[in-house]
Ligand binder design. Structure first.
Ligand code: GLA
Ligand code: GLA
Length: 666
């Protein structure tokens, strides 16, 4: 483990991506002065600076970076120094055309944006290692260096001959022989049987539906390949100075072929980029979910707990469908502190200073095109002051007794063509469960299958489509150890190769749940099916036969009218619930509140009014975020850390405001 951990001094990290390569030195000096004014203590440098660092192959121009790091150091600001490998310079493409990516339909991409390389191409990997080595040799002991930030948001794929060879190699390691691959991919279907490894390729554009096993393994292969691109850089950076921690920033969601929880084993810090897309309260719901997902990876994916950090977020506008939406006054601070509440070691922005040109010229920045005399800069300075007052509280552990399982591969598999319905979305279903609990005031961990479930009294599997034998065993051990379980539709329907588990759905969990599902009845986007006891279901419905479970609510319409929609099965003293549709938000919240209550799980702050998000930490700190436009009173006792005021039984949180109470233990 690195010894120079940047969170060791008790300060929360605060800053963002800074791009001095876009500006002359007088702007650098102005920036460092402004960083001081805003309370910034960490900046990410050099993320896309490759063409400034190596303008021609093998010719390095590092003097400007020497000056930048020295300037930061003399200003008392630490650097997260990036390797610039997410954006090779134009000379690289011209010199190594074979290292440019090929899409599934055979189109070669060219430079002109970023991330245009094949990460399986030897020339790309050599060039990436070389520039990382040069930076390591020059800066591994620079006093400003606090963190290595490898690459940026790994997440590309490619179908070129290099990728194909590497995929084949990966498959031989995974399956050993072709029989095992043929079996896993069910190649007896549509005459796809492979009789020679040379016939096996990447899932290129093909006439009709592609093979689901091949699609799934292609994603896994890319996750492993990108990870190896990261670890080879990490290893050489670490070798240059083992004291400095190394990470790479994650882009969340199942659109990237990255299994973030598995990657957590290889980083010293889980770093996430988060840009909520919703303009209404959904933005706060997305923020809480992303933070809990990051914490789950950091704590459980790693096999050893590592801290996590919000590495990028928008200081102002957020991208929404077709436009940028301005974060209302106070909202940026609330979003930022929501991440800190849920354990982030600080708050980092993309970006410090808005570029004058380039593709992201209108992306929000702390120092906008208008300069520092702006609302966004003043709010950033207020946040810097607030984070300063919270020194000593990071990175804290969060009290949570519900665990929501999240599995990258299940997300990928539900996107495959030929599923019973389009738009199936494991991350979305996990977020829906999280949202229902969030509205009920119940804190949840979001964890990868197989994670230790210490302290989790209720485990939720939200459309956790794939179930390996190891996952099934993990769920069983939880339930037989007295834990409660709630399983939603499509969970456990397939094995780890996306082959259906036979005998009635959900094959992996039928006996635990005491149900057998005979057939699916997917719903149209605008279709709702009524449920007895009120509420409706959408997206999905099924013919469920109880086999020991009691019916909690039944379908009151649609094909399965009269049959169970939601059931629960007694296993020892616990309940195993099955939810065969997506209940409307109110119904889902009531259902999960009840499941949590029966599992002995209470809200984080039972007296907090609706609209106040409460997170309670193991270190005795209670975060209260008021998402309403009215003052809200919350029962609490102790000291409010942002104002220093004593709290004697009750606290008023300002409209849109945040309070952080160090609670008194009675
Ligand atoms: C066609 C094909 C079948 C099958 C069905 C599915 O009829 O001939 O092989 O794909 O469509 O609807
Ligand atoms: C990502 C990238 C940044 C930038 C932002 C824009 O997080 O890492 O370089 O493109 O998105 O939101």
């Amino acid at each position: 483990m690195p010894t120079k951990a940047l969170w060791d001094d008790g300060r929360l990290c605060y800053g963002g991506d800074w791009n001095p390569e876009q500006w002359p030195p007088d702007v650098w000096r102005e920036d460092v002065a402004l960083m001081h004014a805003a309370g910034v203590n960490l900046v990410t440098v050099g993320v896309f600076a490759w063409s400034r660092l190596e303008p021609e192959p093998g010719r390095y121009t590092l003097d400007w970076l020497d000056d930048v790091l020295d300037l930061l150091h003399s200003g008392g600001i630490r650097a997260a120094l990036a390797t610039p490998t997410a954006s090779p310079p134009p000379w690289f493409s011209l010199r190594h055309p074979d290292a440019l990516p090929l899409t599934a339909d055979g189109v070669r991409l060219h430079h002109g944006s970023r991330d245009t390389y094949c990460a399986a191409a030897p020339a790309y990997r050599d060039a990436a290692r070389s520039i990382a080595e040069v930076l390591a040799a020059r800066y591994a002991h620079h006093p400003a260096l606090a963190l290595w930030h490898v690459h940026n948001e790994y997440g590309t794929t490619c179908h070129c001959p290099h990728a194909e060879t590497a995929f084949r190699h990966w498959l031989t390691t995974r399956y050993g022989d072709l029989d095992a691959l043929n079996d896993a991919w069910v190649t007896s279907f549509w005459s796809q049987h492979y009789s020679d490894w040379a016939q096996v390729g990447t899932p290129r554009a093909t006439q009709y539906l592609a093979n689901p096993g091949q699609l799934l393994d292609f994603r896994r292969f890319w996750s492993d390949t990108l990870l190896s691109a990261y670890t080879e850089q990490r290893d050489l950076l670490r070798a240059a100075n083992p004291a400095v921690p190394v990470t790479t920033n994650y882009v969340l969601g199942d659109w990237v072929p990255v299994d973030h929880a598995r990657w957590a084993r290889e980083v010293d810090l889980v770093a996430i980029d988060h840009y909520p897309s919703a303009t209404d309260l959904g933005g706060e719901e997305q923020t809480a979910f992303a933070a809990d997902l990051a914490r789950g990876s950091a704590r459980h994916g790693a096999g050893r707990p590592v801290p996590w950090l919000l590495m990028e977020s928008a200081p102002n506008q957020i991208h929404t469908a077709g436009r940028m939406h301005t974060k209302e006054p106070g909202r940026m601070i609330r979003h930022s502190l929501a991440h800190v509440a849920r354990g982030s070691a600080g708050v980092m922005f993309f970006q410090w200073r808005a570029p004058a040109g380039g593709a992201e010229r209108f992306h929000s920045a702390v120092v906008s095109h208008a300069g520092p005399d702006t609302r966004v800069f003043r709010e950033a300075a207020d946040l810097g002051a607030a984070l300063g007052r919270l020194a000593g509280t990071a990175p804290g552990r969060v009290q949570a007794a519900v665990a929501i399982a999240y599995d990258a591969a299940s997300g990928w598999a539900l996107r495959h063509p030929g599923m019973p319905r389009d738009g199936l979305d494991h991350p979305g279903e996990a977020a829906a469960v999280h949202r229902a609990l969030w509205h009920a005031g119940v804190t949840a961990d979001v964890v990868p299958p197989g994670a230790p479930l210490d302290g989790a009294r209720l485990l939720v599997l939200p459309a956790l489509y794939l179930a390996s034998d190891a996952t099934v065993d993990w769920v069983r051990r939880h339930v037989h150890g007295g834990g409660h379980l709630l399983v939603t539709w499509l969970s456990g329907v397939a094995d780890e190769h996306a082959r259906v588990r036979l005998g009635g759905y959900p094959g992996a969990y039928r006996d635990l749940l005491g149900v057998r599902v005979e057939e699916f009845h997917p719903l149209a986007d605008d279709e709702h099916v009524p449920l007895t006891g009120g509420g409706t279901g959408r997206i999905w419905s099924e013919t469920v036969h109880p086999a020991g479970a009691e019916t909690v609510s039944a379908y009151a319409g649609g094909v399965p009218a009269g049959r169970p929609a939601i059931t629960r099965n007694r296993v020892g003293d616990a309940y195993a619930w099955y939810v065969s549709t997506r209940p409307d938000d109110d119904t889902y919240r009531r259902l999960l509140t009840e499941a949590a209550r029966l599992a002995g799980v209470a809200p984080a702050c039972p007296g907090a009014p609706e609209g106040v998000e409460a997170v309670r930490r193991h270190d005795g700190v209670l975060y209260l975020l008021n998402h309403t436009d009215r003052p809200q009173r919350v029962p609490a006792a102790g000291f409010e850390l942002l104002t220093g005021a004593a709290v004697d039984g009750e606290l008023t949180v300002a409209p849109g405001g945040v309070a952080v109470v160090r609670e008194e233990t009675p």
